[in-house]
Design a protein around this ligand. Structure first.
Ligand code: IPM
Ligand code: MG
Length: 359
C-alpha cells in the first residue's frame, strides 16, 4: 500500500485546531482510497520561538525536505509582535517557503454553491460561476528584497525594495500559463507598470513567455484596477498572475467573494513535487482555542496536496465534494446564516469525515 510522509507544522493561534481537523479528514480519505499517511510534526513560528529561540529551526527545514509534502496551519500572534523583524513568526513562514524553494503560490478562489448567501457580493455580481486561480510569486519581490532603517538629516526613515529578475518572472509565468491551459485559457497579469520599473520588466517578460502559449489569452491589469474589478465583475478572471505583495493582498480580497477567508486554500510549489499546503488566512489569535474557527481552508489545502503533490486526484475530488455537500447543512460561525446548523471547528471536521465515509 502506498504510504506518504507528511511534515506537519501546526504553528500558532488556531493553527493546531484547524490542522487537527485536516489530518482527521486526510486519514479517513486515505482509508477510503487505499493509502496510508505518516505524520512528522515540527515547529514553526511563535511556538518555535518559545521552544528554540528562532521561528524556523533547522530541524523543521530538514523534516519538510524529507517529507512528501508539508501541511501548515498558521503562524503569529500578539505575544510575538514586539519581537525584532528577523525573529518574528512571519519570518519563519517566509523562511520555510524560501528554504524549500517554493516560488509558486496557487490560491484558488471559487464559490461553493451553498455559500452564495454568505458572500458579501450580490448574487448578480458574482454571476453564474466563479473560479479564479491567483498565482502569486512567493519567494521574491519586496517581501525578500533589501530592507533597512536609516536616518536622513536627523529624520528616521525605513525602506524595502521590490526587485525581480527575468528568470524569477519567467518561471512563475510558466506556472500560470500551464495552469490556464488546463482551465479557462486566460491569464491576467497584474502589476503596477504605470509606476514601477520592476512591473515593467514583469510585463515584458510575461509577454515573451505568452508566445509559447498561443492558445492562452493574455491581458494586463494594474493592481489598483484589479482590486476594483474583483468586486465589480469577478467572473471575468480565470488565472491572475502576480507578484508576491500584490498576490498577498488580492488573494485576501478574492477570498471574501467566496464567503469567508476561512474557505481559501493554497498550494506552494517549487521545482520538486513536494509542496507546502496551507490556508491563506492567519492564526486568528482572537478566536484561538475556542473551537469556533473554520477548518475548511486547511481541509481544502489537503485536497490540493493530494492533487498537486501526492498524485491522488480522486481522493482530492472526494474531499472537495464532501466540503461542498456539508455546506448544505452545517456552518462554522464565520459562514453561518439562518437555517443552517451552527457547528464548531471539530464538528465541521467530523461532518466532512462522515460524508467521505458514505462514498
Ligand atoms: C499569507 C500571509 C503571509 C504572507 C504573512 C503571514 C507573512 O499573509 O500567507 O498570505 O504575506 O505571505
Ligand atoms: Mg496574506
Amino acid at each position: 500500500m502506498k504510504n506518504y510522509r507528511i511534515a506537519v507544522l501546526k504553528g500558532d493561534g488556531i493553527g493546531p485546531e484547524i490542522v487537527n481537523e485536516a489530518i482527521k479528514v486526510l486519514n479517513v480519505t486515505a482509508e477510503k482510497c487505499g493509502f496510508t499517511v505518516e505524520y512528522d510534526e515540527a515547529l514553526l513560528g511563535g511556538c518555535a520561538i518559545d521552544a528554540t529561540g528562532v521561528p524556523l529551526p533547522d530541524e523543521t527545514i530538514a523534516k519538510c525536505k524529507a517529507a512528501d509534502s508539508t501541511l501548515l496551519g498558521a503562524v503569529g500572534g500578539p505575544k510575538w509582535d514586539s519581537m525584532p523583524g528577523n525573529l518574528r513568526p512571519e519570518k519563519g513562514l517566509l523562511g520555510i517557503r524560501a528554504a524549500l524553494g517554493l516560488f509558486a503560490n496557487l490560491r484558488p478562489a471559487r464559490i461553493f454553491e451553498p455559500l452564495r448567501d454568505a458572500s458579501p457580493l450580490r448574487a448578480d455580481i458574482i454571476g453564474g460561476s466563479l473560479d479564479i486561480m491567483v498565482v502569486r510569486e512567493l519567494t521574491g519581490g519586496i517581501y525578500f528584497g533589501e530592507r533597512g532603517r536609516l536616518e536622513e538629516n536627523g529624520v528616521k526613515a525605513a525602506y524595502d525594495t521590490e526587485k525581480y529578475s527575468v528568470p524569477e518572472i519567467e518561471r512563475i509565468a510558466r506556472i500560470a500559463f500551464d495552469l490556464a491551459m488546463k482551465r479557462g485559457k486566460k491569464v491576467c497579469s497584474v502589476d503596477k507598470a504605470n509606476v514601477l520599473e520592476s512591473s515593467r520588466l514583469w510585463r515584458e517578460t510575461v509577454t515573451e513567455i505568452a508566445k509559447d502559449y498561443p492558445e492562452v489569452e493574455l491581458s494586463y491589469m494594474y493592481v489598483d484596477n484589479c482590486a476594483m474589478q474583483l468586486v465589480r465583475n469577478p467572473s471575468q478572471f480565470d488565472v491572475i498572475l502576480t507578484s508576491n505583495i500584490f498576490g498577498d493582498i488580492l488573494s485576501d480580497e478574492a477570498s471574501m467573494i467566496s464567503g469567508s477567508i476561512g474557505m481559501l486554500a493554497s498550494a506552494s510549489l517549487g521545482e520538486t513535487g513536494a509542496g507546502l499546503y496551507e490556508p491563506i488566512h492567519g492564526s486568528a489569535p482572537d478566536i484561538a482555542g475556542q473551537n469556533i474557527s473554520n477548518p475548511l481552508a486547511t481541509i481544502l489545502s489537503v485536497a490540493m496536496m493530494l492533487k498537486y503533490s501526492l498524485g491522488q486526484p480522486e481522493a482530492s475530488d472526494m474531499i472537495e465534494k464532501a466540503v461542498a455537500e456539508v455546506l448544505n447543512e452545517v456552518r462554522t460561525p464565520d459562514i453561518y446564516v439562518e437555517g443552517f446548523r451552527k457547528v464548531s471547528c471539530s464538528e465541521m471536521g467530523d461532518a466532512v469525515c462522515e460524508r467521505i465515509k458514505l462514498y
